[in-house]
Design a protein around this ligand. Structure first.
Ligand code: NAD
Ligand code: UFG
Length: 332
């Protein structure tokens, strides 16, 4: 299958490109490098041992997207391109609504023009807002989002559902990711954001490597096993493979929605302890106030993805802590 991967040089996109090649698919990437570097393309080519066709440009540029579809016989699309920083979205909501919605609508219009109607979209567990039950099933209420980033994901899900209602020939899969961490074994690709990271594990990696002084554990008075926040951490390689399975799933009598997580909740202290043990490092840490808008606990019900996609995670929390830091050390 020839797959267009939007945002394919980013963290999850790049790992998905590798899994697609492992599956025998061919990939075309569009990325404007707003949150990635062109050198990721060389690294990907090293891992997969092939040249990969790359378009450097903005997915909101309709003429460019049309050209990509004219020049390539694309069978399906995996749509990662978008902005993802929660606090930035609170400060700059229009930037998030513009980019995340515009990329998606432009892409869908051009796909429709070229009769390519198979798409997998990167949604997020954030669409569930504060969980009404745990584990979270795909039937839980969505839309109670607490920040503009999350609301863009919710809006895009709705847009895609409306599109399917208008034309049942669309084959749409919404993947709701839980918390991706870790990196490819090679240490060539991974996640190492510039500046001060918002997410837990990139912050831990920077404290471990001496770039940041101390981890703030944001909240130790939640109703959880040890008072710290509980999340469902999933190795990015497992998550990436979920996209390969989603593309193979040919059922399209509805918009397909799957949680991609492990089904297991881990607290901040538990994952930090695991990181320390696996990498034999002590993390300088202190307790700090809760972050505004944070929830206590979030983990996935994985039954539907297992039954309908055959999705099962292979990698452990240990792998996530080791592989993620291996990437950071190799790319310091
Ligand atoms: P990322 O920022 O590493 O990757 C996104 C890529 O899209 C980047 O390479 C960026 O340069 C590109 N991009 C952004 N706007 C673009 C545009 N207008 N045109 C072309 N390229 C553009 O993020 P990621 O962690 O790989 O996330 C991928 C997707 O998964 C995003 O949609 C994100 O919202 C979603 N998601 C991520 C997480 C997470 O924790 N990482 C969780 C849930 C959902
Ligand atoms: N945390 C800390 N210190 C930090 C950063 C985070 O203790 O410096 C804690 C948080 O309070 C939370 C846990 O670590 O309990 C995980 O926080 P992350 O920021 O890593 O992840 P979130 O669950 O808050 O959010 C992430 C993405 C969202 C996505 C969501 C989906 O940032 O975009 O997962 O599950 F929507």
């Amino acid at each position: 299958m020839k797959v267009l991967v939007t945002g394919g040089l980013g963290y999850i996109g790049s790992h998905t490109v590798v899994e697609l090649y492992n599956n025998g698919d061919e990939v075309i990437i569009i990325d404007n490098l707003s949150n990635s570097k062109e050198e990721v393309l060389d690294k990907l080519e090293t891992i997969v041992g092939k040249k990969i066709k790359f378009y450097k440009g903005d997915l909101c540029d309709k003429e460019l997207v049309r050209n990509i579809f004219k020049e390539n016989k694309i069978d399906s699309v995996i749509h990662f391109a978008g902005f993802k920083c929660v606090p930035e979205s609170v400060q700059l909501p229009l930037k998030y609504y513009r980019n995340n919605l515009d990329t998606t609508i432009t892409l869908l219009e051009v796909m429709d023009e070229f009769n390519v109607r198979k798409i997998v979209f990167s949604s997020s567990a954030t669409v569930y807002g504060t969980p009404e039950i745990l584990p979270l099933t795909e039937n839980c209420v969505v839309g109670g989002t607490t920040n503009p980033y999350g609301t863009t994901k919710y809006f895009i899900e709705r847009i895609m559902e409306d599109l399917y209602i208008s034309n049942n020939n669309w084959d749409i899969t919404l993947l709701r990711y839980f918390n991706p961490v870790g990196a490819h074994k090679s240490g060539l690709i991974g996640e190492n954001p510039n500046g001060i990271p918002n997410n837990l594990m990139p912050y831990v990696f920077k404290v471990a490597s001496g770039e940041l002084e101390c981890l703030n554990i944001t909240g130790n008075d939640y109703d959880t096993v040890d008072g710290t926040g509980v999340r469902d951490y999933i190795h990015v390689v497992d998550l990436a493979y979920g996209h390969v399975l989603a593309l193979k799933n040919n059922k399209h009598d509805e918009v397909k929605i799957y949680n991609l997580g492990t089904g297991k909740g881990t607290s901040v202290l538990e994952i930090v302890n695991m990181f320390e043990k696996v990498n034999n490092i002590t993390i300088n840490k202190r307790f700090a106030p809760r972050r505004i808008g944070d929830i206590a606990t979030c983990y996935a019900d994985t039954k539907k993805a297992k039954e309908e996609l055959g999705f099962e995670t292979k990698y452990t929390l240990e792998d996530m802590c080791r592989d993620g830091y291996n990437y950071v050390l190799k790319n310091k």
